[in-house]
Design a protein around this ligand. Sequence first.
Ligand code: SF4
Length: 628
Amino acid sequence: MYGYSGKILHIDLTTRKSWTERKPEEWYKIYIGGVSMAARLLWENIKPGCDPLSPDNPICIANGMFAGTPVPVGGKYGLASKSPLTGFIGDSLSGSWFPVALKRSGWDAIVIHGASAEWVNVFIDDDRVMFRDARKLVGLNTYETEEAIREELLDDQVRSATIGPGGEKLVRFANVTNDGRQAGRTGHGAVWGSKKLKAVSVRGTRGVVVADPDTLMKLSFDITQQAQGPYTVKYRVLGTATNVLNMNKLGLLPTRNFQQGVFEMAEQVSGEYMEEHHKVKKIACAQCPIACEQVSAAKQGLYAGAMTGIEYECLFANGPNLGIGDMNAVIKLIEIADRGGVDAMSQGVTISWAMESFERGVFKKEDFKCKKYPEGFEPNFGNAEAAVTLAEMIRDREGIGDLLAEGTRIASRRVDAERGTESYKWAMHIKGLECPGYDARGLKTFSVGLAAGTRGGCHNRSAAYDPDIQGEVNRFTIDETRGKVAADTEEYAAVYDTLPLCKFIRRCFTGKADRAGAWPTIAKLINATTGWNFGYEDVDLIGVRAHTIKKAFNIREGWTRADDHLPYRWHHDPMKEGASAGHVVTEEELEYLKDLYYAAKGWTKEGLIPKAKLIELGMEDVAEAIGV
Ligand code: SF4
C-alpha cells in the first residue's frame, strides 16, 4: 500500500507483549486514519460497558494519511478511548512531530491494552517495542517529561506523547501532550494514568512511500502558497484569540460561568491586546505554513514569567468566564493547565462552576481550605489568585480540587446529593464535557450540533456555529432546514478530523470553506498519496463514516435520545444584555431540532441507526451489533 505501512501495532501493558495486525486495503478506504480509524479500533478492541479507567479500555492511536509527507497541516494523529468524563467516545486530535515520527517508524496505528503494574514509558524504536521504567518521570510536567526522555535516550529526534501530574492523578479532564500540543477534551490523560503509562515515545527512521510524489509535491506547494495569503491571515496574525472581541460584540462571549455574554474587560483579554503586550513569538506544528500558535508571556505582577501558547477557547474559559480581565493571570492559568497536562477549557469551566456555587452559598470559605490557605479562601468571580490556586488544587487533587477534578457533571451531582442544592442549574456541560466558548442561546443551529455531539459539548466536532455567525441562517430562530445544516457541518468537520488536516487550511483550496471548494483538491491529495481513485463522493463519505462509527460506539455504550441535551441554563436563563439578550433555546425547540437532525442523518426518531444505512456504508459488523 502507498501512504500506509499496512501494519497496526498492538501492545499489552499487563503482559508486556506486542504483536502486529494487518488489515485489508478496503478497511483503510473506509476508516482512512485520524479520529475515524482510532474510533474504529476502539470499537474493535474495547470490552463494551467497561469502566473507562479500567485495563479494559484501550488507547487507540491512529496516524494521519498525510503525516510525514509534504502535505501542509497534515502532520496529525487521532486518539480514542472511552472517556472517563462522558462515558461515551473520547476522540481527540493532536499534531506536530509525534505523528511524523510514528509514520517514519512504520506503524499506521497503535492499540495499547491492559495496565502496567509500574509507571512505564513505551518506546517504539522502528520495529522494536521497549517497556522502560518511568518511575523517575512521575511528577514531571508534560514539557519536562518530553525533555527528560530525550536526554535519557540521548536522541533529540525521539518524539513523545506524555501525561503530566493531572493525568497521573486521574483528573477526568487530563490531556495527552506531544511537542507542546494537546490531544485534549475528553480525558485521555486520565486513561493513560490509570494504566500507569507516562509516555509513548517514538523513533522513526524510515521514509514514507507515496504513489505519485511529483503530483503530491506540486499540490502541496500550491496549497502552501495559498496558506500564506489572505485566507489564513486571521490565524497567522492574532490567532483564534481574535474571537474574544467578535464574540463579545455578538453577545456570545461566555462570562462569569455563562451568566453573561458580554464582558466589560474584553479589551484587556483580547487577541489585539495580547499581540501588543504579551506576545513572545508564533510557533507552528510540523508541516504547517500557517503557525497559529501565539506564545505569550505574563510580564508583570505575581505571575510574571508564566508563558504558554494561547488560543481562544483556553482564553475565554480562564478569562471572561472567570470574570478575570488581567491577561497575566489568564496566561498563568493556561500555563498551569498545559504543563500539568489538564484541559484548559474544562479547567476554566469547572472553576467557574465552583465560583458561582460559592457566590450562591453552596460552598463556604472553609470548603476551600488548602496548604496555601489553611483557613480557606473566597473564590469570587474576578479573584485571579483564587482561580490560580484552584487550578493547582485540581491538578494535584488537593482539598476541594479532588471534587473539581471529577469535572462539572460529577461534581455538581455529588454536591447536590450531599447538600440538597441545585448547582446542576449552572453546571455548564453536555454529556459531561464542559461547554466551549460560543453561547448557544444566540446560536440556534449550533445548539443542536452541540447537544447531539458524540463527545459532548464541543465546538470542534460540530461546525454549526459558522452558518449562524456568518448570517447564512437567522441565529435567533429555528426552521425545518436546521437539522440538515447541523448534520452537514458536522460531517464536513469529520472529513478534516479523519485525514486529518488542520481545519485552518479549509479556505486555501479555492477560497471557499465548503465541500465544492475543498473536496476536489483533497481527493487529488488522497489519490497522489495512496494511488486510490477517490472522487468528490468518496471524500464526502469519509465524514459520514467517521461520524457514524463514533455514534455507533455511543449507542453500544447505552446512549439514548435523552443524552442529547443542553445545560439547564441555556434553556431557562436568558442573557440580560448585549446583542443576544433575551434569548434561550427552549426544551421544545431542542426536541424539534433533534427530530430534524436525526431525520437528516437518516436515523430513527429515537436517534438510532438503521441496519440498511450501516450496510450501505460498508459497516456490516456494526449493523449486526447496533443497527435497528
Ligand atoms: S494552523 Fe495552528 S493548529 Fe493548525 S497545524 Fe498550523 S500551527 Fe497547528
